[in-house]
Design a protein around this ligand. Structure first.
Ligand SMILES: O=c1ccn([C@@H]2O[C@H](COP(=O)(O)OP(=O)(O)O[C@H]3O[C@H](CO)[C@@H](O)[C@H](O)[C@H]3O)[C@@H](O)[C@H]2O)c(=O)[nH]1
Ligand SMILES: O=C(O)[C@H](O)COP(=O)(O)O
Length: 332
């Protein structure tokens, strides 16, 4: 590990219990900051309601910490939107935000759109598939931002059990993190090697940072955010907070393979932008049709999926000079 990372780990790591509510409320009042919590959600009817209810009850009704709670529906076919609204969130379908810009699929797309539909100076993102959720995830990642103006992005860190059938193994989750993202970051951005959960979906940031970042529309969004934030604010502008244990819905191996491809593309693209990959005379673009196999009665059947990464420009460039019509939300 680089010495700088060792120093950063000591200086910029904390625990959720280091950030009690009373301290955050004082800091929020002093800073005059508004706080938005955003959940990106695609077919999360089983879990979204409990997460919304916890944030609403603990951080909006019991105390005035969170000012705005938005679920962005990423095109769900189930009752995600209804359940989120019933639990007390504002709910917007991705197509209702910036309607003049046609939507594409993906998590990064809805995170990007959420910036145009929220007003918080601080924005906290939380995945909508978390089980046994505690609102200390939100207070934890807000803590360093509320108490230190030099911090711009705070990621949650946690243990990652792996649920396999009815068994819950205490570790082993975060397979793409361990097999793809961590090796890439260590190889090419060793300053980011101290992040325990670089891919985690629970983090908070200043709007002033988020609106300056490009957003890959899919699962490359967290990898891009770490690399681009490092370039914009430096390692000391980032922090991480231990929030305990995280249980979530696991994707199958094929889904994780496609996620890994997107993460690799986002990383290669940034190496290219940083001038670290110099193309030969005949540059060859990556082949972005990914072939995977499944067993059928006759043998292995190939299935190809387009894993092309689309990138949205920094929201600031889009909003500049434009009057944004804030969309009407369903639910509270
Ligand atoms: O097209 C999509 C896909 C996902 N989601 C939501 O995004 C969140 C995370 O998606 P999920 O499929 O559960 O991701 P993971 O397999 O858990 O992937 C991990 O790694 C990804 C890559 O960094 C991160 O985006 C995730 O937040 C992180 O949990 C969930 O609320 C999803 O409903 C969308 O809104 N739209
Ligand atoms: O962060 C990751 O590596 C992916 O979300 C996969 O996580 P899982 O192995 O816990 O499903």
């Amino acid at each position: 590990m680089l010495e700088e990372v060792e120093r950063w780990l000591t200086a910029r790591s904390s625990k959720a219990s280091d950030w009690p509510l009373a301290r955050l409320l004082d800091a929020k009042r002093a800073a005059g900051a508004r706080i938005s919590v955003v959940l990106p959600a695609l077919d999360e009817e089983e879990t979204v309601g409990a997460i919304v209810a916890a944030v609403r009850e603990d951080l909006m009704e019991a105390v005035p910490l969170v000012d705005e709670l938005l679920v962005v529906d990423s095109g769900s076919a189930d009752r995600t939107a209804e359940n989120a609204a019933a639990a007390g969130a504002k709910v917007l379908h991705r197509d209702e935000i910036l309607p003049a810009v046609p939507s594409v699929r993906g998590k990064g797309e809805v995170l990007w759109r959420s910036l145009a539909a929220t007003t918080g100076d601080l924005v906290c993102f939380v995945d909508a598939d978390l089980k046994a959720f505690s609102s200390t995830v939100v207070t934890g990642v807000l803590g360093p931002l509320l108490s230190d103006p030099d911090i711009h992005l705070v990621k949650a860190m946690y243990d990652r059990p792996l649920v396999a059938g009815s068994a819950v193994l205490p570790a082993g989750g975060g397979r793409v993190t361990e097999l793809v993202a961590r090796p890439i970051l260590n190889l090419h951005w060793p300053l980011l090697a101290g992040f325990v959960q670089p891919l985690g979906g629970e983090y908070a940031a200043r709007r002033s940072l988020l609106e300056r970042l490009p957003f890959p529309t899919g699962y490359g969004v967290e990898t891009a955010m770490l690399i681009d934030t490092l370039a914009l604010v430096g390692l000391d502008g980032m922090a991480q907070v231990d929030v305990g244990v995280r249980l979530h819905h696991h994707q199958d191996d094929a889904g994780l393979g496609r996620m890994a491809s997107e993460i690799m593309q986002v990383a290669w693209e940034r190496l290219h932008r940083e001038g670290r990959i110099v193309p030969g005379e005949e540059a060859v673009e990556p082949h972005t049709l990914m072939t995977q196999f499944h067993r059928e009665a006759e043998g292995f059947a190939p299935r190809s999926t387009d894993v092309t990464v689309v990138e949205r420009p920094p929201m600031r460039t889009l909003l500049r000079g434009q009057e944004l019509a804030r969309p009407q939300a369903s639910g509270a």
